[in-house]
Every structure is written in structure tokens, then in C-alpha cells.
Design a binder for this molecule. Structure first.
Ligand SMILES: Cc1ncc(C[n+]2csc(CCOP(=O)(O)OP(=O)(O)O)c2C)c(N)n1
Length: 332
């Protein structure tokens, strides 16, 4: 049986590792929704429920030296890169124990230890990832920078400029586009000049790959191909993963742009966990083992949330601490 690589649980079959990763991601965002209902998260919250297979498929090909720069919908990418779930949850819950001591919140987690960061500015993950890719190119190793964005982000100037420069200089940049067919309320089909984002890659001298982002096995395979290409110095890649957002754009979104039944239909047909479970069971996997994985991840995340909610919040008097640096990049 195939075993998971170093990023998976040691010795666990790769199928279990993939299912577990998705289960953990789902449990994480469900914990965030729980925290929101308890009134401990202020400001907008964008969860990724329905999109677990994309980040979980990406995870296996990531090495510690690679960099991931994500978007406003970043929790799953952070977990895929190895960001500590407790520190991330504490950041989202605005605690002093958070990744950025509670000052960044859910849209701005930064973790130098794992080379992970995110931005709430749509499309701006790409120029930041380009900077990493440029540095990696100068260093001469085989590290890769991944810029994650949505279909909306792929229509920004920053995305285009980053791909132009990465293509011209053959930089190790992978643009991961999570195409959930909506930029808030705007359908991809109404504003895209092409049927896919991936097919624009030839204009950038990039490799373009399209994958069903509800299928974790397919994402893992395609993402590995993208990373091999970039690591080998053959230039940038666009990986477009089509997927579905099960909740509103943000929590509180009245979703006037899609009927409730549509949301229910998407959940019924395209839940990546349900789809993967069906595949594993058809191959002879025991339902009890899969139930055990789901239950363990859910209860683990509940415990984590309970712990985090006991943590201190930052002292308002220190609101500007750790926010600015001096010119040498040291905390002021
Ligand atoms: C530069 C910029 N313009 C507008 C916004 C407001 N905004 C936040 S998310 C979003 C849509 C993003 O859509 P997409 O990139 O497809 O990602 P998704 O929300 O579907 O994951 C917009 C317009 C923003 N944050 N930044």
C-alpha cells in the first residue's frame, strides 16, 4: 500500500492521510463558525467549506523551504503548509497566543517558520509569491513559491504582471487558482474571456493545468506535476482547480445571487469528503475507519477551540506592538 510522505501522519496509508487532511480542514472551519457564533470573531470571516480537496491535494508536494502566499480564504492553505492549527485558530479568535499575537486576524496570518502568509487584497498573493520566486531563483535551489487566489483574483492586474515576469525569467512560481465559479456574486462565466484560466498560460510561457478540485487524488497528482515542472527550472505554472463554495462569500452574506436549493445541490453532489469516502469504500475501505478519522479530527478541533477561548486577548494598550518594524526589519 502507498504510504503518505513526510507531511502525512507517519506510516499512514496515503488514502487515509488525504481523507484525514480534508477532515481536519473541515473541522477547523467548523470550529471557526462555532467561534463566530459565540461572538469571539469580529470582522468578515471567509471559510473554505467545500474546497478542502484543493489544499489537501497540494499539501503532499510542499516542502518546508517552499513558500505559500494565500488569499482572504486562506485557512486550508495554511494548514496544508504546516502552520500550527492552534496558533492559527488563536489568531482567528484574536488571542495573544495567535500566530501574529491576535493582531492580524483571519485575513492576515503570517508565519515565517513555515514560509506562509496571506493577504486580503484580492490577487495580491501573486506579486508577493513572485517576490519569493525571484529570491528562490537568485538562491539557485529548487524551492517553489505558490500564490493562491480565486477566479476573481486571476482577473487582476497583479496576477497578469506576476505571470508575465515569472514567464520571462522562468521563475519557480505556481499560481494555484481555486475556481469556485464566483467572485462574491459575479459568475466566472460572465466575466472571463476564456472558458478556463489555465488556457491563458501559453501567453505567459507557463504550463497550464486544469483539475477537478473536488477530487483530492486528482489534485495531488496534478499539483505534483506542477511542482516538478517549477522545481526543474522550467518556469511558472497555472494550476486551475474547479471547486464549489458551500457557504456565502463571507459569513453573513445574504446570497441573493444564488437560490438556497442551488447551495444544497452543490453540497449533495460535490462534497469532496463524501466523494472521497465513496471511492474508498468502493475500494474496500472500512466505513468504521473513516468514521474514526472524522470523529477524531472533529473532537480534536473542538478541544483546540475550547483551549484557545481560555487564552488571553491582547492588551489594548499594546495595539501597536509588533505591528511596525524598524528599517532593518526588526520589530520596533
Ligand atoms: C483589490 C481588492 N478588490 C476588491 C476586494 C473585495 N473582495 C474581497 S473578496 C472578493 C472576491 C474574490 O473572489 P475570488 O478571487 O474568486 O475568491 P473567492 O472569494 O471566490 O475565494 C472581492 C472583490 C478586495 N478584497 N481586494
Amino acid at each position: 500500500m502507498i504510504r503518505a510522505n513526510a507531511e502525512g501522519n507517519s506510516g499512514e496509508p496515503v488514502t487515509h492521510a488525504r481523507f484525514r487532511r480534508m477532515a481536519r480542514m473541515r473541522a477547523f472551519d467548523e470550529a471557526c463558525l462555532d467561534a463566530l457564533r459565540r461572538g469571539v470573531i469580529h470582522g468578515e470571516l471567509h471559510v473554505g467549506l467545500g474546497q478542502e480537496a484543493v489544499a489537501a491535494g497540494m499539501a503532499e508536494s510542499l516542502r518546508p523551504e517552499d513558500a505559500v502566499v494565500s488569499s482572504h480564504r486562506n485557512h486550508f492553505h495554511a494548514l496544508a503548509k504546516g502552520v500550527d492549527a492552534r496558533a492559527l485558530l488563536a489568531e482567528i479568535c484574536e488571542r495573544e497566543t495567535g500566530l501574529c499575537r491576535g493582531r492580524g486576524g483571519h485575513m492576515h496570518p503570517f508565519d515565517p517558520a513555515t514560509n506562509f502568509s496571506a493577504t486580503g487584497i484580492v490577487g495580491a498573493s501573486l506579486p508577493v509569491a513572485l517576490g519569493y520566486a525571484h529570491a528562490f531563483g537568485m538562491q539557485g535551489g529548487d524551492a517553489v513559491a505558490i500564490g493562491v487566489t480565486g477566479d476573481g483574483g486571476s482577473h487582476t492586474g497583479g496576477f497578469h504582471e506576476s505571470m508575465v515576469m515569472a514567464g520571462a525569467r522562468r521563475l519557480p512560481l505556481v499560481a494555484l487558482v481555486e475556481n469556485n465559479a464566483l467572485a462574491i456574486s459575479v459568475p466566472f462565466s460572465e466575466i472571463s474571456p476564456t472558458a478556463t484560466v489555465a488556457e491563458r498560460s501559453s501567453a505567459y510561457g507557463a504550463l497550464g493545468l486544469h483539475v477537478d478540485g473536488t477530487d483530492v487524488d486528482a489534485v495531488a497528482r496534478v499539483f505534483a506535476q506542477a511542482m516538478d515542472h517549477a522545481r526543474a527550472g522550467r518556469g511558472p505554472v497555472i494550476v486551475e482547480a474547479t471547486c464549489h463554495r458551500f457557504r456565502g462569500h463571507f459569513e453573513g452574506d445574504p446570497e441573493g445571487y444564488r437560490p438556497r436549493e442551488e447551495r444544497r445541490r452543490l453540497r449533495e453532489q460535490f462534497d469532496p469528503l463524501t466523494l472521497y469516502r465513496a471511492r474508498l469504500e468502493a475500494a474496500g475501505e472500512s466505513p468504521d475507519v473513516l468514521d474514526g478519522i472524522l470523529a477524531a479530527e472533529k473532537s480534536g478541533m473542538k478541544t483546540l477551540l475550547a483551549e484557545v477561548l481560555e487564552d488571553e486577548m491582547p492588551d489594548p494598550a499594546g495595539a501597536l506592538d509588533h505591528v511596525f518594524t524598524d528599517n532593518a526589519g526588526r520589530p520596533a
